[in-house]
Design a binder for this molecule. Structure first.
Ligand code: AMP
Ligand code: MG
Length: 511
């Protein structure tokens, strides 16, 4: 339950928020926008003012009514054709003060100075519950950080981010959200002409490990202190007044990242590009590029066409998350302690706990997937043996757990053999060693194992149709993904993995 409380934290962010909530009456004017700009209170090195570049023919392709209402926006007014101008960057919503954020990042292990090259922050929407959410336009034109890029985005990748981020939210996994996709009426060259689009991304914040790495690289202690205080105020207000704020922050981020990556591992999600500019201090999943869900269980699964050595492979994600948070620790060294050796010791001590934290989250999640309420020492082996069976038989990860969720597992799992029969016997025995009934256990399993995930072939079909102007396939997919734990709605088509094609599924970076 404690874990769930944390995962639900997004909804409760208002309570935790270190900033003063605004009165609800402030929401009445102009589409419900209530934008503030706390990030711009950081030293000037962290951001640059920049305005979105207008596009030729903005059109609203997708609008997230439910999210809009949660944000306190006037969903009906904003879903109209005229608000395409806002979501394409042609017109600023009231109170917007657009800026691009400065940050660095380790890309495939190599330190690079980056910054928002194609994303522009309009401000922070204060929601009716007092939560503070970044409203960002992704693909809204060049910024001083664009390097050789065009500052633009293609429709396919923006729709893909919309689909997967909303699917993750429905799974209860902390994530940035997608409010809208607007098409621009202009081509982008990738390298052939593709329809251009702008995604409106909603995030607890866009503070990243790379934001800290950038400040550390500039070597300015004041900037680092300001960033630590700001991040604590925004995401970890319970740490305000901690004797060592930088250490408290590092420990809190480690814990959230351990929880987050365990959630990915429990649903078969491959982020695909876990560079440190894509690791959010809030603990949300961020930057959906070449991400995808696994079908057959295989820790070596890689979808991204550029991840040639499997650095960001499915099974590598806990290790790489530890690596990424180690980069945060490095960036914080000068503010962890004035004595360099002591600082390193403090960092290493905190980082040393990651593995245990991750395992605890993973095991708690696995117990839920197996319908177990109590804890036994053999539970890790029980879970791992099932995974080993899946790996050797190339069983579908999602459907295997879904089959375990309806009480008819033996006939629901394809490729069942004696090894699986043995395992099922052990599991059945284990289920008797808890107080809860089979009905209660089934309920827990169904709430822990999605029946429907964003299958790659369905995502591709939805994107292909949408690029031709037909959004019906995508709308159906979004509807299916909105209630992933609904095991009663047995639409077999929504559950099927892709037919074997002999070719590995490949995704391409969102640029
Ligand atoms: P990403 O792969 O989306 O995490 O982006 C990595 C870096 O490249 C970030 O600094 C982005 O802002 C930048 N970037 C990605 N695509 C573009 C683009 N089309 N134009 C300019 N900058 C970009
Ligand atoms: Mg990024």
């Amino acid at each position: 339950m404690a874990q769930n409380d944390f995962l639900e934290g997004k909804r409760e962010r208002g309570d935790e928020d270190g900033f003063k909530p605004v009165p609800v009456s402030a929401h009445s004017a102009g589409g419900g926008w209530h934008l503030e700009h706390s990030y711009a209170g950081l030293p000037a090195a962290f951001w640059t003012e920049v305005t979105p570049s207008a596009v030729q023919a903005p059109q609203l392709a997708l609008f997230n009514h439910r999210l809009a209402r949660e944000l306190g926006l006037d969903a009906d007014a904003l879903a109209g054709a005229e608000s395409a101008a806002i979501f394409a960057g042609n017109q600023l919503p009231p109170g917007a003060k657009p800026l691009a954020q400065a940050y660095s990042g380790h890309q495939y292990g190599h330190f690079t100075t980056l910054g928002d090259g194609r994303a522009i922050l309009l401000g922070e929407q204060i929601t009716p519950t007092g939560a503070r959410c970044d409203i960002q336009l992704k693909g809204a034109g060049p910024t001083p950080f664009s390097r050789r890029g065009d500052g633009r985005a293609a429709l396919g990748p923006m729709l893909r981010e919309y689909i997967i981020s909303e699917a993750m939210a429905a799974l209860g996994i902390p994530t940035t959200r997608s409010l809208a996709v607007a098409t621009t009426g202009e081509p982008v060259w990738r390298p052939e002409a593709r329809p251009g689009a702008v995604l409106t991304r909603v995030a607890a914040s866009h503070l990243r490990v790379g934001t800290f790495a950038g400040a550390a690289a500039r070597g300015n202690l004041g900037e680092l202190h300001a960033l630590v205080d700001y991040t604590i105020g925004r995401h970890y207000p319970q740490l305000l007044g901690a004797p060592n704020p930088a250490l408290a922050l590092l420990e809190a981020v480690l814990e959230r990242q351990a929880a987050l990556v365990s959630r990915w591992m429990l649903v078969g999600f491959v982020h695909g590009v876990l560079n440190t500019d894509n690791v959010a201090l809030s603990g949300e999943t961020i930057d959906y590029g070449p991400c995808a869900f696994i079908d057959a269980y295989d820790p070596a699964t890689v979808f991204s066409s550029i991840d040639r050595h499997g650095r960001y492979a499915f099974g590598n994600q806990p290790k790489i998350t530890h690596w990424n948070v180690t980069r945060l620790a490095e960036a914080l060294l000068t503010v962890l302690h004035e004595d360099a050796d002591t600082a390193v010791e403090l960092a290493q001590e905190a980082l040393g706990r990651f593995e245990v934290q991750y395992q605890a989250h993973w095991l708690a999640g696995m117990r839920g997937k197996l319908g177990l309420f109590n804890a036994e020492a053999e539970d890790t082996a029980l879970a791992k043996d099932l995974l080993t069976w899946m790996h050797t038989t190339k069983a579908d990860f999602t459907n295997t757990f879904a089959a375990l969720s309806d009480g008819t597992e033996a006939n629901g799992i394809s490729g069942a053999d004696t090894q699986l029969t043995d395992w099922l016997g052990r599991w059945r025995q284990r289920l008797t060693r808890q107080e809860q009934t089979e009905v209660e256990s089934i309920r827990l399993r169904q709430a822990s194992n999605p029946a429907v995930i964003a299958r790659n072939h369905r995502v591709e079909a939805a994107l292909a149709a949408a690029e031709q102007g037909d959004f019906s396939v995508l709308e159906q997919l979004l509807a299916d993904l909105a209630s992933p734990f609904d095991h009663t709605r047995a639409d077999p088509q929504a559950r099927e993995p892709a037919p074997p094609s002999g070719e590995a599924y490949r995704t391409f970076c969102g640029t």
